[in-house]
Design a protein around this ligand. Structure first.
Ligand code: NAD
Length: 429
């Protein structure tokens, strides 16, 4: 008897009819159809391998107790230990974490690092809590998921709402319970605790390597390109900076409070200083403040959504005027928007390639931590660029050989690698 794929999360019976899990499952279904896989293999690839939902009792600073919910999902571990970020956001729910874990499986396979995919998250708005509260929350979450994480099992990293301090607390909590220091249990740690040089800006650097290659592919040189970047956090801020350093004119950036626009290009370093003081890009002197959604439909060559998922939808995709979209965020383009953009001739570089720089340098960090041997910044940067551009060229070849969009080619390539690993290992028992 084969499994009925329609009964799996995100397919058919889920309460959600839209959302990242529906998009992720649709992308997988399309790749499975291209590869002509049997339903049993489809079901295996569509199903999370392991899921853990935990209650996290938190003592607030005023002595009261609040109970929050966290998740850790390991989607697939056929190619190696599970790998993926931890997100602190009010929007976190189990289906979102499942989708993000699945995308991590494909990302790791596509960029060819020896990991499966995972994701974690806590449904919480971290801005409403003090630093000691966030530390207690992080340590309790880590101790709850402790049985399923570890340097050979599942290796968390930062994502939305978390940072290198969060990873330091997770590493310390795991190490205290082990009785010795285990730096390889997380990546994205501070350099002083065994983090890799170049990790903090690796996702942004990778986004920019791919953006420049994609612009070149459509015949636009960096020196005459304009760009808009949505999101000014860990990914967006440095992506905007590195684009300007490559000669691209970044005319607009945004955050959750709004967007700023300057036709002659923004001074990104000055904007970073402004954000450090004010907490938002809004009100940056010399730039016009515009509604956040307007950034997505500006007349630019390059659009980099680097904030949250589902921002390019059926409702706004037909208004996008960029020639190239490079997905810094995970899942910023819904399936419907993807169709609209493809039909309009917009080149969309999918998240699982575009933002893979973070997991590439996470892999370098894990290798360094496990060997207790540290590489120079130059070596990290050089290896990152080589990995990103090799994967880009391979993706172009697959897309043209099979007549697929870049997203389809990326998912097909990744799914095929995971399925090959699964088949070669065989099914136990
Ligand atoms: P972050 O929390 O550091 O920054 C998020 C930014 O997006 C903030 O500036 C926030 O104000 C802004 N934002 C939130 N909602 C917005 C909205 N509706 N419109 C405009 N801006 C909005 O998070 P991050 O680590 O930069 O992650 C951003 C995206 O990149 C996420 O999709 C994440 O999964 C993905 N990603 C991150 C990494 C990494 O290494 N951090 C790696 C791969 C992918």
């Amino acid at each position: 008897m084969t499994t009925d794929v329609s009964s799996l999360p995100g397919i058919g019976t889920t309460p959600h009819t839209v959302g990242p899990l529906v998009d992720a499952q649709a992308q997988l279904a399309s790749a499975v159809a291209t590869l002509d896989y049997e339903p049993g293999l489809h079901a295996l690839l569509a199903s999370p391998r392991r899921e853990m939902t935990v209650s996290i009792p938190l003592r607030r600073d005023d002595g009261s107790v609040e109970v929050l919910t966290g998740h850790r999902v390991q989607h697939n571990v056929s190619r190696g230990p599970a790998k993926g970020g931890v997100r602190y956001s009010p929007q976190v729910d189990l289906d979102e974490v499942r989708a993000l874990a699945m995308w991590m499986t494909w990302k790791c396979a596509l960029i060819d690092v020896p990991y499966g995919g995972a994701k974690g998250g806590i449904t919480v708005d971290p801005r409403r809590y003090s630093r000691p509260e966030i530390e207690r929350l992080t340590r309790r979450y880590t101790s709850e998921i402790l049985p399923i994480i570890g340097p050979d099992k599942d290796i968390p990293a930062p994502d939305i709402g978390t940072d290198e301090q969060t990873m330091a607390w997770m590493m310390d909590t795991f190490s205290v319970s082990s009785g010795y220091t285990v730096p390889g249990v997380v990546t994205g740690k501070p350099v002083s605790l065994g983090g890799s040089l170049g990790r903090a800006s690796a996702t942004s650097a990778g986004v920019v390597h791919i953006a420049l290659a994609a612009l070149e592919h459509v015949g636009i040189t960096a020196a005459r390109a304009t760009a808009a970047v949505q999101g000014f956090g860990k990914v967006g801020a440095d992506a905007a900076l590195f684009l300007t350093e490559a000669g691209v004119k970044v005319v607009s950036v945004s955050d959750q409070y709004g967007a700023v626009h300057r036709a002659d290009g923004l001074d990104i370093r000055a904007l970073q200083d402004h954000v450090a003081v004010i907490g938002s890009v809004v009100g940056f002197p010399g730039a016009e403040t515009i509604p956040g959604e307007q950034l997505l439909v500006l007349e630019v060559d390059l659009l980099v959504p680097a904030a949250v998922e589902g921002v390019l939808t059926g409702a706004n995709a037909h208004e996008v005027r960029a020639r190239v979209v490079v997905e810094g965020a995970n899942g910023p383009t819904t399936a419907e928007a993807d169709r609209v953009l493809t039909e309009a001739g917009v080149l969309v570089v999918p998240d699982i390639l575009a933002n893979a720089g973070g997991v590439v340098v996470s892999y370098f960090e894990w290798v360094q931590s496990n060997q207790a041997y540290w590489w120079s910044r130059q070596e990290v940067d050089h290896r990152l660029e080589h990995r990103m551009l090799s994967a880009w060229h391979h993706l172009l070849d697959v897309a043209s050989a099979r007549g697929l969009t870049l997203r389809e080619a990326a998912t097909v390539t990744a799914v095929e690698r995971v399925a090959d690993a699964h088949r070669t290992r065989g099914l136990y028992p």
